[in-house]
Structures are given as structure tokens and as C-alpha cells.
Ligand binder design. Structure first.
Ligand code: ADP
Ligand code: ZN
Length: 612
């Protein structure tokens, strides 16, 4: 273990925080983790997106002797990460397949000469003997394994190259390792520790709460209109991500938003790599771009000012949902996570699982993932409490989710459930044909559709027994029955079928409380901005004008340097400058996010912009 050159090292950490990053205080957990790694210990860090994981390895790398080696699967983002560090005056570089030979030689030479603080490497690169020999040629201060959940085979982002990282410890036994992830189910947590052989590592588990994100899950009526409403009323001009399940819906939704005057770009694996890269780059570099994407988009995107994440299809697991929504509001400012969810989502995902490849165990696991996601959607309690419980953490009703803001009414749905189940039971006896949820609802509401007439279903005893509820409400009933396993979807045809548990409801042995559909009620939810106003003082009119002026300066500066605007300064920092109106470089330097390097580089320009 290398002792730091200068003592006491822990003071160095606070100094680096202030001088390099321009921040006054550590966030929850950071200080302990940093001190542990500075002292040479191994660490496994579980912290939500936006929690501040990067500093946990960047500061130790700056304090300890040698170069910190960061292993990250996100080749496309390494350039931006390195640019952001260089803007702070940190000597950073990366090695991956995108570099030309000459640049690679320069980076390697800097590393060998000990002139580099941080070196980013892709995991596949680290497997090369040549790369391992390079690392032997100079001091490595630590290994940071970012996105460590990629080692988990059951997880959503498995990368085979990550398995080889268990060998780091054998080749460099004295170099501390810090593994970091924002995926935190107990199962993934344990798997990371075993597979990376972090036997003696200290585990740091931060709270997974993201208080600035407002969670909302709405019944899906007219998804496009609902999405457009959200963007127009709550997020005009904001950057955000819209997730869809399929490539074709990505294309359609992006086109729809563009038709409605919103700057929206598609992103999915079927697009040409060049187009994909260009769209990602515009999202990062321009202000207010909406990206419409499959889940292929987003890992490692550290754009701090994503103001909303909208899901138009149901995510397959709570883990996925949490990861995707977590990309909103990394800067701590109020943000929205909005999901539209309907009966068809449940049918579709259940079918997808039943017909998926892989063994039964895998299917059962996927089924359990979906059940947890459905439970989150159907809960009448605080969404945040339920989310945190999923990660094994406790929370209090938050006041910043839809169920807290507009508590859903519940009603006794036992009789309604019995009606649906007995209709399904009657249809199930007709083996000749398969009937979906829509047909069942037509029968209950007494609609004489051609199909109803063709099969004489208007003669069934259940025909028309459900005229007390609207078709939309019936869809809600069917959805909730499916979500709770009181009704199933048959894999081949998507037909509804009874489950073992249905019998208890039919025999009146079990009650079925249901969540009332707030279908046509005007949403009482406060817009995200108002709800979390306490967290950030809203800007006065003058301050808002100054903020816009500073943003203009930032745009020009970022463009000139070919970096995303947030690499120059975050919104949060510009807001503070616009409020405090520093008159001298000294005053400017005391603002959060203004470190020594940026002060020297931009300080005078900022002061000029303020007085100009
Ligand atoms: P993560 O990697 O955990 O998602 P980041 O490391 O990107 O999070 O940090 C999220 C944001 O919080 C970044 O914009 C970062 O600059 C900021 N941040 C991190 N630590 C602090 C701190 N101690 N004080 C103020 N801002 C911080
Ligand atoms: Zn809540």
C-alpha cells in the first residue's frame, strides 16, 4: 500500500473537494468512502444515480500517489467524462477502441510518466495483455469499477467482460478497488461482492431516495395526448427522456412530438450507429432536447439537467424503472418521473415472459420482477415508500408522489371481480375460440358486437350484468385482477384464464379491494416545480433574466470548446450566481461548483457577463 506523499491525507480530501470541484461539503456517505479508499481499503458502494459516486473515486485518485484506473463500459461517454475532468484541471485520459494510434501513444506515454490522475478503460481493453503490461509500468492508485452491476448475470445490463475483473486483485493485490453501482437489490448487491471477489471490502449503502423526483403513475388512456399535456404544461423547453418498448413506437412518438413543435429525436438499436451517436450528442450538447428511446439509451448519461423521464410502456422490473427514472434530476432540482400504464401492458408483458427463451427458472424470475412492478403501479400507498422497500430500505410517506398528492380512493371490487371471473369461466368452456379482455368487457357491458352475436354471447347469463361501470372502469378491474394474479393470460393467444386463486373470489371467500380509476378527473397533482419549490428557491424575475444571460454565455462557450454546456457550469451553479451576483473573483469562487481552475478560466468572463 502506498502512503500518501503528504499528510494528513483526510484534510487533503476536503481541500480537493473545495479547490478542484468547488464544493463546500461532502454529500451523505462520500467522506467515509473517500477516507476508506484513501487509506487503501476496498469498497463496494451502492448509491442512487445522482448521489455523487464519481467523487468517491476521483478524490482518492487525486489524493493517492499514482493514476486512478476507472473501468467503465460506456465507451461513447468517456470523451465527455474526460472533458469534464479536464475542465476542472484534472489530468485525465481514456483508452478505448475509438482512439487513433497516435493519440493512444500520447495517453500511454503520459500514464508511464506518471503524469495522469485518472485513466478510463473499457473492460474488454483491460483483458488485453498489452494493457495489463501498461498498467504494470507505472503506479496505479486505485481501480474504480463503475456500473458494477454489469457483472450480474441476472441483472439487466450483464457484460461478460466484467467477469474477468475478478482477476484484478490477483495481479495487483496492493491496489485498492472500489466498485460502484446504482442498482441495489439485495441479490445484485451480493452477486457483485462474490463475482468481483470483494471479500474484504467495506460495503457502503446510501439511501436510495431521490427526494427531488416526483413519481407519478397514470392510467393509460390516450398516451400521446397525455404525454403532450405533460410536456406542454409542466416541462416546456425542458430536456427529458421518453421511454418506449419497441423501435417502431419510438419512431412514431418522436415524429408525433416533432409534429407538435417539440425538439424530439429517436434513439434505438435499429438506427444507424452514426445517427444514434449524433442524436445522443445533440441531447447532451443542446438545451431542451427530448430523446425518445428504447431502454438501449441512458446508462451512464450524466447530463445533470434532465427534467423528466416519461415511460409510455411498462418497464419489466422495478430495478429497470428505478434506473431509468433515476436519470432525471441528477442536479438535485425538481424533476418528474411519469409512467402511463394500462391493461394492454400487463397482457403484453405476461405474454412476452411466457413465450421467452430460457429455462423455467428464468421465466419465473421475470414473472416475479413483473409482479413487483405491477404492485408498485397498483399501490394505494406512497410510491416512494414502496420503491424504497423494494431496495430493502424504509421511508415515510413523501408528499411528492401522485398517491401522496392525490390519495386514490379504494372501493370494494369483489362483486365486479366475480362478474369478470365468471364471464371468463363461461368463455373458457368454449374451447373452439379464444377471447381477449375486450370481448369480455363487451359482454359485461352488454354490447352487441358482431363477435358477440356470432357466438351467441348475448345469451350468456353474464351478458349486460356490468352496465354499472364504464368500459374504461372495467379495463381497470381486469388490469387489477391480472396484476394480482387473480386472472392470467394464456401465452399463445393472449386469452384471459382463471388461476388457482380465482376460485376463492368466485366462492366469495376473498374480498377484492380496488383502486378507483382517476380516469377523467383533472389531476390534482401539483406540477413538479411547485411541489419541490422548498428545495430550490424560485428565481426572482431579475435573477431569471440574469440566469438566461449566463446560459447564453455558457452555450457560446461550450460550443466553442466542443463540450456539453454542463461541462462548463451546471444550471445549479448559474442559478446561484444569478441570485448572489458576485462582484469579485473572490466572491465568485465561493459559489458551489466554481473550483480554482474554472475560476481562473471563466471568472472574468462571468463577471463581465453580469455587468455587461
Ligand atoms: P452518480 O455518478 O452517483 O450518478 P455524480 O457523481 O454524477 O452522481 O454526481 C451527481 C451530481 O452531483 C454531479 O453533478 C456532481 O457534480 C454533484 N455532486 C457530487 N458531489 C457533490 C458535493 N459534495 N457537493 C455538491 N455537488 C456534488
Ligand atoms: Zn409519496
Amino acid at each position: 500500500m502506498t502512503a500518501p506523499d503528504f499528510a494528513p491525507a483526510h484534510n487533503d480530501a476536503s481541500q480537493v473537494l473545495r479547490r478542484v470541484f468547488g464544493y463546500d461539503d461532502f454529500r451523505e456517505g462520500q467522506q467515509e468512502i473517500i477516507e476508506h479508499v484513501v487509506d487503501g481499503g476496498d469498497a463496494l458502494v451502492l448509491m442512487p444515480t445522482g448521489g455523487g459516486k464519481s467523487l468517491c473515486y476521483q478524490i482518492p485518485a487525486l489524493v493517492r500517489k499514482g493514476t486512478g484506473v476507472v473501468i467503465s463500459p460506456l465507451i461513447a461517454l468517456m470523451q465527455d467524462q474526460v472533458d469534464a475532468l479536464r475542465a476542472l484541471g484534472v489530468r485525465a485520459g481514456f483508452l478505448n477502441s475509438t482512439l487513433d494510434f497516435d493519440t493512444q501513444r500520447v495517453v500511454e506515454a503520459e500514464f508511464r510518466a506518471g503524469e495522469m490522475d485518472l485513466l478510463y478503460l473499457a473492460p474488454e481493453r483491460l483483458r488485453l495483455e498489452s494493457a495489463q503490461r501498461l498498467l504494470d509500468a507505472a503506479d496505479v492508485s486505485l481501480f474504480a469499477i463503475d456500473e458494477a452491476h454489469c457483472v450480474s448475470q441476472w441483472g439487466h445490463d450483464f457484460r461478460p467482460d466484467y467477469l474477468a475483473l475478478s482477476a484484478l486483485h490477483e495481479r495487483w493485490p496492493d491496489v485498492p478497488r472500489i466498485a460502484l453501482t446504482a442498482t441495489a437489490t439485495p441479490a445484485t448487491h451480493a452477486e457483485i461482492a462474490t463475482r468481483l471477489r470483494l471479500d474484504d471490502a467495506r460495503h457502503f449503502v446510501a439511501s436510495f431516495d431521490r427526494p427531488n423526483i416526483q413519481y407519478r403513475i397514470a392510467p393509460k388512456n390516450e398516451p400521446k395526448r397525455q404525454l403532450l399535456d405533460l410536456l406542454r404544461t409542466e416541462h416546456p423547453g425542458d430536456a427529458g427522456i421518453v421511454y418506449c418498448l419497441s423501435r417502431s413506437s419510438v419512431e412514431k412518438i418522436a415524429a408525433f412530438l416533432v409534429d407538435n413543435g417539440i425538439t424530439a429525436l429517436p434513439y434505438h438499436a435499429g438506427l444507424d450507429a452514426g445517427v444514434r451517436a449524433a442524436n445522443q450528442s445533440r441531447f447532451l450538447r443542446e438545451e431542451g432536447v427530448v430523446i425518445v428511446a428504447t431502454i438501449a439509451f441512458g446508462m451512464g448519461i450524466d447530463k445533470p439537467d434532465v427534467r423528466f423521464v416519461a415511460h409510455l410502456d411498462l418497464p419489466k422490473s422495478v430495478e429497470g424503472y428505478y434506473q431509468e427514472t433515476g436519470r432525471a434530476g441528477r442536479d438535485g432540482l425538481p424533476s418528474t418521473a411519469w409512467l402511463a400504464y394500462g391493461l394492454q401492458d400487463v397482457v403484453q408483458l405476461r405474454k412476452l415472459i411466457d413465450t421467452s427463451e430460457g429455462d423455467d427458472a428464468h421465466r419465473r424470475l421475470q414473472g416475479r420482477h413483473l409482479d413487483s412492478m405491477l404492485a408498485l403501479c397498483e399501490t394505494v400507498e406512497c410510491r416512494r415508500v414502496q420503491l424504497l422497500a423494494y431496495f430493502g430500505q424504509e421511508g415515510k410517506p413523501c408528499g411528492n408522489c401522485d398517491t401522496c398528492l392525490t390519495p386514490p380512493e379504494s372501493w370494494d371490487g369483489t362483486v365486479a371481480a366475480q362478474k369478470v371471473l365468471s364471464a371468463v369461466y363461461r368463455l373458457d368452456r368454449e374451447r373452439r375460440q379464444r377471447f381477449g379482455a375486450g370481448h369480455v368487457i363487451d359482454i359485461l357491458t352488454g354490447k352487441k358486437t358482431p363477435k358477440v352475436i356470432q357466438f351467441d354471447h348475448d345469451a350468456l347469463s353474464v351478458f349486460g350484468v356490468g352496465e354499472d361501470l364504464s368500459a374504461g372502469e372495467w379495463r381497470g378491474v381486469v388490469r387489477q385482477l391480472l396484476a394480482r394474479g387473480l386472472l392470467a393470460v394464456q401465452p399463445e393467444h393472449g386469452t384471459l384464464a382463471l388461476t388457482e386463486e380465482s376460485a376463492a373470489v368466485l366462492r366469495r371467500e376473498r374480498e377484492v379491494p380496488m383502486r378507483r380509476e382517476p380516469e377523467r378527473r383533472a389531476p390534482k397533482t401539483k406540477p413538479a416545480k411547485a411541489a419541490a419549490a422548498a428545495a430550490v428557491a424560485e428565481l426572482s424575475e431579475e435573477a431569471a433574466a440574469t440566469f438566461e444571460k449566463l446560459r447564453g454565455w455558457r452555450s457560446a462557450t461550450a460550443k466553442e470548446q466542443g463540450v456539453p454546456p454542463y461541462v462548463v457550469f451546471h444550471d445549479k451553479t448559474l442559478r446561484e450566481i444569478a441570485t448572489v451576483l458576485p462582484a469579485t473573483l473572490g466572491e465568485l469562487g465561493s459559489i458551489s461548483g466554481v473550483g480554482e481552475n474554472k475560476l481562473a478560466k471563466y471568472g472574468q468572463q462571468i463577471l463581465d457577463t453580469l455587468t455587461g
